[in-house]
Ligand binder design. Structure first.
Ligand SMILES: *Cc1c(COP(=O)(O)O)cnc(C)c1O
Length: 402
């Protein structure tokens, strides 16, 4: 997840354009900005790159999810289905809009299990958010078929898979909306930032207005009509400096993905030395953004024993089963319903009753996979020394754990 690895001259040049005019804001300042619209240009470039009709920049990937849910009309009383292996942001956005998250199992794609998805759909289900975790696509064709059958809109959380594709088509373009994050650790970064893509002009116009207090945006984008508002909104505007960085980062995305693919293949060769190892199921290997390498050992004990040897030899992997950021049974604040709000919202009704109880045991299939899973981030640039170190660590682990 390495946008920061390639930050350099391209981004600096784009930033200088902004600093020279001093217009740090995406709207207005017509004379002073000398025709420079960095956020707007970033949106246009991003839409073109992904093949989406429209792109709306916002301040984070979490906000991107919230804006998408808002324009789809989701709110209190509604349920939104997502998966139990994702970043906390996915369900924070669902709660923030007033809806209730429902969690599905993952399968060996490490993404939403379509069979479990269908079981969890009911009359209250108003959106489905599959997450393309760790750089690779969910079973998006199967998920879309189920969603279409029940006529429920899909928002693809593509925060971790920018540049990823399924059969040549960009992830994020299958659902009604696709959301992206450009935070510190993502494949491309704007420091903080996010994007929502869609093919639906009405959705895009509503997103544009909603993220800017509901102000009328005619012409749209780039201009505010300023006269009135059709609905309540909020402020999630991206600033010009972020747009400038985004332009520079997006221009390098193909290089980033190609480079990661090469490095991932070398790391995979090393990992293949482990007896009994299998790899995450990739629904489209060609379309993998190769941001992570995920592999499975035969048991939790084996995975932990292997990782201890890897750690001792300078090549420790991420053991997501113990990770408190990304895995359902480890989200103690969700399970306990912890909130700063005196009334207990969003976990309780106004009368004080608990809305929903999250049982840590409800995702046994996910646990079975997560307990055996080890993951490496794939860097854009990897030295021969580092590759040798990983190889040596794998040799050690292979000989000690058999
Ligand atoms: C990073 C991330 C987000 C949120 O992005 P921010 O820009 O940090 O708000 C949402 N979903 C997933 C899966 C993520 O990894």
């Amino acid at each position: 997840m390495p946008g920061f690895e390639v930050f350099g001259d391209k981004e600096k040049q784009e930033i200088m354009d902004v600093l020279e005019t001093g217009v740090l804001f995406r709207y207005e300042f017509g004379e002073q900005r000398k025709g420079i619209y960095k956020v707007r240009t970033f949106e246009e470039n991003f839409a073109k790159y992904t093949g989406a009709g429209y792109a709306q920049a916002v301040t984070s990937g979490t906000v991107a999810l919230k804006v998408a849910l808002a324009v789809l009309g989701v709110g209190p009383g509604d349920e939104v289905i997502t998966q139990g292996f994702t970043f906390v942001a996915t369900w924070e956005a669902i709660f923030d809009i007033g809806a209730t998250p429902v969690f599905t199992e993952i399968d060996t794609t490490l993404n939403m299990d379509p069979v479990d998805l269908e079981k969890k759909i009911n009359d209250r289900t108003k959106a489905i958010i599959p997450v393309h975790m760790l750089g690779s696509g969910a079973r998006i064709d199967e998920i879309m078929a189920i969603a279409d059958k029940y006529n429920i809109p899909v928002i693809e959380d593509t925060a971790q898979a920018v540049g990823g594709r399924w059969r040549g088509r960009h992830l994020g373009t299958f659902g009604k909306c696709g959301t992206f994050s450009f935070d510190a650790v993502k494949t491309m970064t704007t420091g903080e930032g996010g994007m929502v893509i869609t093919d639906d002009e009405k959705i895009w116009r509503n997103m544009s207005e909603y993220h800017d207090h509901g102000h009328d945006h005619l012409p749209n984008p780039g201009g505010r009509g300023g006269e009135g508002r059709s609905f309540i909104g909020f402020n999630y505007r991206m600033m010009e400096l972020q747009g400038a960085i985004g332009i520079g980062q997006l221009a390098q995305l193909d290089y980033i993905v190609a480079s990661q693919k090469k490095n991932k293949a070398a790391m995979r060769d090393a990992v293949s030395k482990l007896p009994g190892v299998t790899f995450r199921t990739l629904v489209d290997e060609e379309g993998d953004s190769a941001t992570f390498l995920a592999f499975l050992l035969p048991s939790r004990e084996k995975a932990q024993a292997v990782n201890r040897v890897l750690q001792d030899n300078g090549a420790g992997a991420i053991f997501f089963a113990d990770n408190t950021w990304h895995y359902y049974p480890k989200w103690e604040h969700l399970l306990e319903g912890s909130t700063l709000c005196n009334s207990g919202w969003p976990f309780k009704y106004l009368d004080g009753r608990r809305k929903v109880v999250y049982d840590p045991e409800i995702l046994p299939n996910s646990a079975e996979i997560m307990n055996r899973l080890l993951v490496y981030q794939v860097p854009v640039r990897i030295s021969d020394e580092r590759l040798q170190q990983i190889n040596a660590a794998m040799d050690k682990a292979a000989s000690e754990i058999s």
